[in-house]
Design a protein around this ligand. Structure first.
Ligand code: BDR
Ligand code: CA
Length: 312
């Protein structure tokens, strides 16, 4: 599998990158950085540190993309610590970012291999919206686009209506969902159902005793504490990692349905809301008919096994 990951690297983003780099049969060909979780340049450092931790320094190019959302204001996510790595203090990685802009790198790489590359978008969708606006043919040239964002008509993690990635750049999300990509959507609703590791599972990861399980324990320290505070028990959430796992192994997906997905770009209360409309009612918005497959549930045990194997 040929893969590109667009990421706002912090916390769970790192474990998605690790899964892609450590799962046999997957070639992570490039990483592109988008505005999102924490300070933009820190996110690039976090991606480079993750590549270094995986023993892949120099093998996976990192491209810097959009530092700001298209229209709205950027604000940081609140759950990964100021550096996005729970203050782990990793030394600067040897590898440095590429000169080429992420948007141009995406266009060049996707157009050079039509139908071959899949992409995971696990950050606000600014880079992809800019890329598909500059070169609309990437929408059909990309083999598949796996997006982590939004909710399945449910409660968000930033506001009652919105999940972080779509909340930060709803205009970009709306552009991407209208562009004609073959999309599978992994939502925050799915995260809470299928991408949570409990205390026992976290203890099993900690007990692996490898350099990567140590990396995982350090980087997930703050999100674990935030989740424990929020949900009242020892858990950690893995939205981006589950999205990556489903892309690598679609057999993890136990429920999915075709839908018309639109993102609310107006208003204040519902800004960033993702409306997931059953495909059979798509006549209401004919220009959007069946623009995504929305994952309803995934196999948590099988997902855990993939993460365990990657960190082991
Ligand atoms: C998403 O927002 C970010 O904080 C995470 O990295 C994930 O991509 C979850 O809402
Ligand atoms: Ca992310």
């Amino acid at each position: 599998m040929r893969l590109i990951i667009d990421t706002d690297t912090a916390g769970d983003d790192c474990f998605s990158l690790l899964l892609a780099m450590k799962t046999p049969g997957v070639t992570l060909e490039a990483v592109t950085i988008c505005n999102g979780n924490v300070d933009f340049d820190q996110q690039a450092e976090n991606a480079l540190a993750t590549i270094e931790a995986a023993g892949k320094s120099g093998d996976v190019p990192v491209y810097l993309g959009a530092r700001k959302p298209l229209i709205g204001d950027w604000e940081p996510a609140q759950m990964h610590g100021a550096d996005g790595m729970s203050g782990a203090g990793f030394p600067p990685a040897r590898q440095r970012p590429e000169e080429q802009h992420a948007v141009d790198a995406l266009i060049e790489r996707i157009m050079a291999a039509p139908g071959e590359i899949e992409m995971i978008a696990q950050a606000p969708l600014t880079n992809l919206a800019l890329a598909v606006t500059k070169e609309p043919r990437i929408a059909r040239a990309l083999k598949h686009l796996w997006i982590m964002g939004g909710t399945d008509n449910s409660v968000g993690n930033v506001t009652p209506c919105a999940e972080f990635n779509f909340f930060i750049d709803p205009e970009a999300a709306e552009i991407v969902f209208r562009a004609g990509f073959r999309i599978t959507l992994s939502t925050w609703t799915l995260t809470l159902k299928s991408a949570v590791f409990d205390g026992d599972q976290l203890a099993r990861l900690d007990a692996l005793g490898t350099a990567l399980s140590d990396f995982h324990a350090k980087v997930s320290k703050t999100p674990r504490a935030v989740a424990e505070e929020r949900y009242g028990r020892v858990i950690c959430t893995y939205p981006d990692t589950l999205t990556c796992a489903c892309a690598i192994n679609p057999a993890l997906i136990t429920e999915a349905r075709d839908a018309v997905v639109r993102i609310e770009t107006g208003g204040t209360i519902a800004r960033g809301f993702s409306a997931v409309h059953p495909a059979k009612l798509g006549a209401r918005w004919p220009e959007y008919r069946n623009n995504a497959r929305v994952i309803g549930a995934a196999d948590n045990d099988a997902f855990f096994s993939m993460v365990e194997a990657a960190l082991g």
